[in-house]
Design a protein. Structure first.
Length: 133
């Protein structure tokens, strides 16, 4: 990845303008991107599809569906299956958010020299900073 010298006097001609343009593009995307992130719904299931969960991008549980058959499980097993379905939904939402941000940054900064795998790892770390407790 390209490193920017902290002293603008050492920047090659045109770098400041390119960096400013990139910053403007990122700021413009942030409003739309926030809306897109807010629309992400993760889904997960457990107990052979008898327990289903949906979550928002921030991990908030939106819905849980438990079939009558799943209600036959003992309380400990049902709780474990619920946690598994919710965890899977949260993982799904995180994957979608990471993909959205990685794709957007790659599009906004095509000549940044960012390695897509490195970018995805950085985005993942950033998203995990908002993780549920």
């Amino acid at each position: 990845m390209r490193r920017l010298d902290a002293d603008p006097a050492n920047w090659p001609e045109g770098d400041l303008e390119r960096e400013a343009e990139s910053a403007e593009k990122i700021l413009a995307w942030m409003g739309d991107g926030r809306r897109e992130l807010d629309e992400i719904i993760g889904t997960g299931e457990a107990a052979n599809g008898q327990v289903k969960a949906t979550t928002a991008a921030d991990g908030t549980v939106r819905e849980i569906v438990i079939t009558p058959r799943a209600m036959r499980l003992d309380s400990q097993s049902l709780a474990e299956e619920l946690m598994l379905a919710v965890g899977r939904a949260q993982d799904d939402a995180e994957r979608q958010g990471r993909r959205l941000m990685t794709d957007a940054l790659a599009e906004l900064l095509p000549d940044s020299g960012l390695d897509p795998r490195d970018l995805e790892e950085r985005v993942g770390r950033m998203l995990r900073s908002f993780e549920r407790p």
